[in-house]
Design a protein around this ligand. Sequence first.
Ligand code: LUZ
Ligand code: MOS
Length: 762
Amino acid sequence: MKNIDSRTHVRGESVYLDDIPLIQGTLFGVAFGSPMAHGVIRNLNVADAEAMPGVVRVLTHKDVTGENQIGGIIPDEPLFADHHVHYVGMPIAFVVAETDDDARAAVKKITVDIEPLRVITDPREAQALGELIIPPKHFRLGDTSTAWAQCMHIFEGCADTNGQEHLYIETQGAYAIPQENNGIKLYSSTQGPTAVQRAVSRSSGLPMHQIEVDVIRLGGGFGGKEDQANMWAALVAVAAHVLKKPVKYSLHRMEDMAMTGKRHPYSSDFKIGLDNDLKIIAYEATFYQNAGAAADLSPAVLERTLFHCTNSYYVPNVSATAYSCRTHLPPNTAFRGFGGPQGMFVIEAAIAKAAESLRIDASVIQEKNLIQTGDEFPFGQKAESEAPACWHKTTELYELNAIRERIATFNNENRLSKKGLALMPVCFGISFTNTRMNQARALVHLYTDGSVNVSTGAVEMGQGVNTKMLQVAAQVLSIRSERVKLLTTSTYRIASTSPSAASATADLNGRAVQLACDELVKRLKTVAAGELQTDVEAITLKDEWVYVNDQKTDWDWERLLMAAFSKRVSLSEHAHYATPGIHFDPIAAKGHPFAYHVYGTAIVETTVDCLRGIYEINNIKVVHDFGVSMNTAIDRGQIEGGIVQGLGWMTMEEVIFDKTGRLRSNALSTYKVPDIYSVPDEIAIEALKTEQDNLAIFRSKAVGEPPLMYGIGAYFALRNAILAFNPTARIPFDAPMTPEKVLLALYDGRTSFSTNDQTASY
Ligand code: LUZ
Ligand code: MOS
């Protein structure tokens, strides 16, 4: 089934926040962000801005009707800076004017005197100063201190990954419309309608039942709108509440890039020990997470780094420590993978270091250490592993040995162009690591004409979740998909939603839809049994018809619904699903936090131009653990998008803050993301079909985040291409591998070409 949004998308008819028709009298807000990263506000002058044409009001912390606080996990994030500023772009004031242009002209007139304080941008520096968001977290398995003695080879090093801009096509924004008796209706571009409802309730002082958050769809989220839609919603809501007028704020791209948090950069240390047979015996890692100026979701991201610190491998002795370090950058936040990719990069770097030192291919170590069913993760859960199956299907299906031979021949024949190859196995845990978030609800209404409305807590952000929800309803009710409509995500229809995140949205909400529809079917069968004077067990509903003992009757779907209505049977159902069997003790750092894991393996091939340092990612060949895909078109789209986003993070996307905490890569001229030319020529995707009942929906498996991590292979493939040109290059593990870094590595330690080099053909 094709994505139900594809028709309105290609016709430009899909409604995003900026397409919602405005109510007469709507005002426009724009935030004034701190020009300094760290300091004390001595004087704020908004009078000139207030005197500008069209300006209605300039709000500051003094105007907040509730609590000046929007922090989620930890209440450490004011809505408006009051005395201190902690990052460049931190909102200090909110200009509200009759037009967007008026507001933007006025915001330039605000001036502020800030007494500067020391700016920290480096997480290791923050940790040394004791600037931690939460106490350090540790995961342990076995005993590394005694395990080193059994190791034949021990390697140590550092590995750094940089941040990543979410670059959702639709920027952040919200639109608040006051309702009678102090209510507020909000449209918000958020992955977490309930998170917005809570933040607005807190900052406005209104109870949650006064606040409806309604989400039609997002033009992308990628984690950037899991928590960080709250700020903009709270600003417009407080303004609307104070002024009794609708207020909208839709961020410009450069405001969005400058003011919002990104993927967390990490700096890490590793130590890995292998035995004679190349089995990894021990692994130690210390992660320094650059959290930015407030907690946001950083503690949860930090924990997921630890959950994935051994990626797809079984390591019997592990000791991992993670620090969430407070710096003066915009608070970093959820981003597809949620700390997992950062953890996986470090063990892949450790394996690469071992392989390069031992002069073997990293895949030899990778393959020998793949986690097997029954092996224990460092957090106590036992694996039900598809890692070896994915790996072996990949190497056989895509004929890895033939690829290697072709690359070796190419590298022998070309002096100034070198190919590199890497394998990247992925293992990603599905469930929110915070167990209580693994719940969802659905509300299904059957109308007497046979049409159906479905509401869930799932937010459609381009990932196709609504199509999957529709498929679930149509299948369980056994009706044509055209009869089913997915409604917007509203906190008035579905309460206490978890954000659409953690790859688990279709699993959780799909199960809730299934439960609601199952219950309706049960009720309808009872009605049919009564009308047809038979046992309920004899009734089946199939393709919109009632069957008795597999014999088709003359009762169809519409007639059945009408009969149920006439008998005063409820045609509506609200259902609740909570993932069973998961638990985690954060103190012991042990438990069974994930419903299941998603596995896969990718082969990545690159070619480096050894004169210029530029490169191509030629192809990525994947075997991915789909379970039984609910929708292969949508799932392939998720995998292709995830791969490209992952290789962007690993190769070209470079977030740069200067020492004063100012974002230099603040526009698409200075921040490069993959475009159509940098997408690999070929992305081959084959399914590993598995049929276990895995607590997802209809034996499918979650597909949102895992594919991003195939992109990590691009980093190591580039490294191998560089080493094919310059075997003695010393290349720090420092992603992204930009063309500049490639060029430096190609000529590391080399001062001249040999005659042979100069005459070689390219
Ligand atoms: N969000 C969250 C997530 O709140 N908890 C998680 O475990 C998670 N995992 C991945 C992506 N977002
Ligand atoms: Mo996400 S990183 O699943 O919001």
